[in-house]
Design a protein around this ligand. Structure first.
Ligand code: UD1
Ligand code: CA
Length: 467
């Protein structure tokens, strides 16, 4: 089977979402509903796709950018039904192969293997078979189109609102996924008439046309939960739960330990022997390499965690990299463009932003390190602040290899502290410190012998008597 184009219908508003955004743009596990449908189609082997857009069309179009040239769009300016929508896609088909896959953009849980089965079934059927459709059995078919059979053969699909009482009892439904012979599709769509309760052109009537020529075959799907269409926020929620469980199961099979309710978004990479603890969220383009440990409650968005790095509980990181065997947390905050190199440590209540900690550098407690470069093996004491912002501009702090910055120091950027230099505790650094120098800026300590008891006596005498 080669050269199959998918037509994906995504022009509707999805009124039941009660949203100003198109329904297909709502996200499940970090990707849009539509993105999941397209991914399944490509995994199943389709070569390219035409997405039919309408409501919120510019935003839907923009969301397709990650797919590049494999996906193009067709405009359905007015939503006149699923059959009309397919008709709008036809001019975009180009040099389509023998069959076209027709899908809805609102079924994110669809599995590639079911789409593949649909396409191979049609491909291996006699030429007079013009269409294969997926069907499934559900306990509650309300809202779905029912599969009308006669002598076992598919005859038609009747929409819920067009069904008779007897037809409503049918439990076999139409999930709206079809493989159709390209040569049959165009004339069949042109014959559609709006003779139904909604006055729309129903793509389901194309199935009836195929059936008339005994050319419609069905493929029964064994897991109806994978075919649900998302129409409201409750369905969005339950579909997302199913997908998180699916992602976790796939990773567990590959050798990743996942505990409790950890949630890993679609597209995140986790290598075998990594441990993802309870309450962790991994988002976006995050990659967790072999043997890394991500402890309870960490939230990572677009972060690369190298082999055997250890993230202690409740650390939050965004668009940053964490090196081999580095240690982060508990309660660290790595803001965008932080680079924590091999064996470096970032401890509790340390915030970094656009800062590099080179190999083995340490900032173990309470610090703000913004716009800096901290040399290999340097040590940043508790309470150190890189004063990087003067109210107008950001400035850089550069700290040389092996330097030592004592606790409670303020480094007023722009400034450079040389290799192996020593900044005494409590120093306010306002100018560059040469390599190997000591910087100290604090008032000399004075001790007044015996002064404490004299002070107490004075204070006691002045205390007002209780009345
Ligand atoms: C459709 C099927 C129904 C099936 C159900 C499965 C028809 C007539 N009915 O019903 O048999 O059981 O899906 O979920 O096909 N769309 C457009 N343009 C339009 C109308 C719809 O692009 O003019 C898109 C929507 O954005 C959506 C998809 O087509 O992604 C399905 O439309 P929807 O209105 O949800 O169809 P259902 O009533 O669910
Ligand atoms: Ca629907």
């Amino acid at each position: 089977m080669k050269n199959v184009t998918a037509i994906v219908l995504a022009a509707g508003q999805g009124t039941r979402m009660k949203s100003t955004r198109a329904k297909v743009l709502h996200e499940i596990c970090g990707k849009t509903i539509l993105h999941h449908v397209l991914s399944a189609a490509f995994d199943a082997g389709v070569t390219d796709a035409v997405v039919v857009v309408g409501f919120d069309g510019d935003a839907v179009r923009a969301s397709l950018e990650p797919f590049g040239e494999r996906v193009r769009t067709a405009l359905q300016a007015e939503q006149r039904g699923t059959g009309h929508a397919v008709g709008c896609a036809l001019p975009q088909l180009g040099r389509a192969g023998d069959q076209v896959l027709v899908l809805c953009g609102d079924t994110p849980l669809v599995r590639a293997k079911d789409l593949e089965r649909l396409m191979t079934t049609l491909a291996s059927s006699p030429a007079r078979t013009s269409l294969a459709l997926l069907t499934c059995l559900v306990p509650d078919p309300s809202g779905y189109g029912r599969i009308i059979r006669d002598g076992g053969q598919v005859r038609a699909i009747r929409e819920h609102r067009d069904c008779s009482e007897a037809e409503r009892a049918i439990l076999e439904i139409n999930p709206a996924m079809y493989a159709v012979r390209t040569a049959f599709l165009e004339p069949a769509v042109q014959l559609l008439k709006p003779n139904n309760a909604q006055g729309e052109l129903y793509f389901t009537d194309v199935v009836a046309q195929a059936a008339e020529q005994s050319g419609a075959i069905s493929v029964l799907c064994d897991d109806a939960s994978t075919l649900v269409g998302i129409n409201d926020r409750a369905q969005l929620h339950s579909a997302e739960e199913v997908m998180y469980a699916r992602i976790a199961a796939d990773l567990q099979r590959s050798g990743v330990t996942i505990r409790g309710d950890a949630r890993i978004d679609a597209g995140v990479v986790v290598e075998p022997e990594a441990v993802i603890e309870q309450g962790v969220r991994l988002r976006g383009a995050t990659v967790v390499r072999r043997g890394a440990f991500v402890d309870v409650g960490c939230v990572l968005s677009d972060v690369v965690v190298a082999e055997e790095a250890r993230l202690q509980p409740y650390s939050v990181a965004t668009r940053s990299t964490i090196g081999k065997k580095a240690q982060i947390g508990p309660f660290s905050h790595l803001r965008p463009d932080s680079e924590i190199h091999e064996d470096a440590h970032v401890g509790n209540f340390v915030e970094t932003k656009k800062t590099v900690l080179r190999k083995g550098a340490k900032a173990n407690h309470l610090a703000y390190l913004g716009d800096g470069d901290i040399g290999a093996g340097a040590n940043i004491g508790a309470g150190t602040i890189f004063c990087n912002y003067d109210g107008f501009q950001k400035h850089r702090t550069d700290i040389g290899e092996g330097a030592f910055v004592g606790s409670d120091s303020q480094i007023i950027a722009p400034v450079t502290i040389g290799k192996g230099a020593y900044v005494a505790t409590g120093t306010t650094v306002t100018k560059d410190v040469p390599p190997d120098a000591l910087a100290i800026s604090r008032v000399k300590q004075e001790n007044k012998e015996g002064y404490a008891s004299r002070l107490r006596a004075r204070l006691k005498a002045s205390k007002p008597k209780p009345s």
